[in-house]
Design a protein around this ligand. Structure first.
Ligand SMILES: [Zn+2]
Length: 305
């Protein structure tokens, strides 16, 4: 089953050198989530062959323009395409006002309902849940309220080993096997032991998105063991004073969080306009955490089952 992150944009603040501002498409078990929605996110979705029709949930980390200015365009396109399904938008306070004001003055009533979910300042908690996954907020430290997002698959059922499954089991007995129960008769006697008929569950995968933020060590605790960490790396250590001043991170900061979190892979993004070439950012991170990669547009990062 799918677990894939597609980079739509990873430029910090200014769109330069052909780089677009922050946006990512996250696909987990055929659910599609948009994470941040910088300017031209809808164009990038089309460019990389991703359908925006299937996006029902959009998570906005904070209200600096490079993280949400593409949202109105996307909403308007969805409206023109006569979208019917509800669209859920998660953000810190103010976005509902921004969007509804624009809609009011364009005298456009969207063809679908927009459901705004307000994120709480400095809160860590589950904001989305369905039968297979959860999304929780990661408190970040930035000039304005800012949250990261941790996508996690829920624990999965044990897998029934079809090659060893006896004939004639009832549906409830098979369901019980998936939960870890033995097969018993009406008197409670064990007919088959669970371990003889099932295989361990597939592991639950996870992805953490952390942008924009200063270096915050506690992030590592919350995302411990994450498969992929996207962490902003706006600067290199040569510009650390600038990172401190603007409450951003360096590549070394991002790599340190990945190391402390015991992450499987680190994806670096939100590059400052001062870096035309990105190798210095990648090199700095790899000296600390070798499994570091650049969030280049169009690149997909998948997590195997
Ligand atoms: Zn910002």
């Amino acid at each position: 089953m799918s677990f894939k992150i597609t980079i739509l944009g990873s430029s910090g603040a200014l769109p330069v050198y052909g780089r677009h501002p922050s946006a990512q498409l996250v696909e987990i078990q055929s659910r599609f989530f948009l994470v941040d929605c910088g300017e031209a996110a809808q164009m990038q979705l089309m460019r990389f062959g991703a359908s925006y029709h299937r996006i029902n949930h959009i998570f906005i980390s904070h209200l600096h323009g490079d993280h949400y200015l593409g949202l109105m365009g996307l909403i308007f396109t969805m409206h023109l395409q006569r979208r019917a399904a509800d669209l859920h938008v998660y953000s810190h306070r103010g976005l509902d006002e921004i969007i509804t004001t624009q809609l009011r003055y364009s005298r456009s009533a969207p063809s679908f309902r927009i459901v705004f979910h307000r994120l709480e300042k400095d809160a860590q908690g589950v904001i989305y849940e369905d039968d297979a996954i959860t999304v929780e907020t990661i408190p970040l430290v930035h000039k304005i309220r800012s949250s990261g997002f941790l996508f996690k698959e829920k624990p999965k059922p044990r897998r029934v080993d079809k090659t060893r499954l006896p004939q004639g089991l009832l549906i409830r007995q098979v369901a019980g096997l998936k939960r870890g129960d033995d097969v018993v008769d009406d008197a409670g006697n064990i007919l088959y032991r669970n371990a003889d008929l099932t295989l361990p569950p597939r592991r639950s995968r996870s992805y953490a998105y952390c942008s924009d933020t200063a270096y915050v060590e506690r992030i590592a605790e919350q995302i411990k063991g994450v498969d992929i960490l996207y962490h902003e790396a706006t600067f290199t250590m040569d510009d650390e004073p600038r990172a401190r001043e603007t409450l951003h991170s360096t590549a070394a900061h991002a790599a340190t969080i990945a190391l402390k979190a015991d992450a499987g892979k680190l994806v670096l993004g939100h590059f400052s306009a001062r870096y035309k070439e990105l190798e210095p950012i990648l090199d700095e991170a790899r000296r600390i955490f070798p499994e570091a990669h650049l969030a280049l547009e169009g690149v997909e990062f998948s997590i195997a089952e």
